[in-house]
Design a protein around this ligand. Sequence first.
Ligand code: PAJ
Length: 281
Amino acid sequence: MLLELTSLDTLFATVRAWRQAGQRVALVPTMGALHAGHMALVEHARTLADRVVVSIFVNPTQFGPNEDFSRYPRPLDDDRALLTLHNADALWLPDVATMYPQGFATSVHVSGVTETLDGAARPGHFDGVATVVSKLLNQVQPDIALFGEKDYQQLCVIKRLVVDMNMPVEIIAVPTLRETDGLALSSRNRYLSEAQRPVATRMNQVLRHSAFVMREEGRPVAETLEKAQRFLLDAGFSNVDYVALCDSHSLAPLENYRRDARLLAAARLGTTRLIDNIAVE
Ligand code: PAJ
């Protein structure tokens, strides 16, 4: 049975009882509109912990003024059904007043790894993420917390955060779950029209092709990234925020190919912003 927790007191009492019984607790933080990608995190959590808590909170502070906060999908009944199907133990469902009570005045800023890519394209976004994830980790106090490689920069930010702040939690990375045509599952895919859907899939194809030509043909990095941008625009993306080859930990941009690098992209398709990333080898 899925426990639905909406107050901090019931959350604390529930987790305390589990811990006293010697159970290992996992947290999967989400913003809801759950899909099989989120469920891959829940399933993986099940294999590593006795209890799985999934949080759903559409965090206003990580959306920019012109982003999709108000229209972000909130299909809560479907989310509950999916969590029940996948045997999550508890749904932590705080409201905005619980998360950010009157007088709330703290922000968590991780520097370095937030300065490029989405950090540059979405000012303030990772402060919102680092702050809310700090709060979720403090609230639930899990032994482990799981994050998808789909949001690769976010994963790097969270890893940095818990090391720097000595948070007693292990961060587990879960590979990106994709549709059969390669499109990374995302809550934002439901914004795509029928005509945009085949365009969206090109992002992963372009990343894989770019990795291939750098790895197998020794093509120069700058030329490959430039071509990738052009491919995306030609395919029908309206705007490309970045296609970048980066150090897989610091996310510093790389001028030369390295086997352990990460290739990341973000582009807009109409009003929908899509991101994806792959390991180059
Ligand atoms: P959200 O976009 O709902 O994603 C929740 C988690 O699911 C993230 O760790 C994300 O990387 C992972 N995820 C999404 N799609 C995935 C896929 N196709 N394969 C594997 N994992 C996938 O990320 C957030 O919410 C928020 O920023 C949050 C961390 C909850 C803070 O508000």
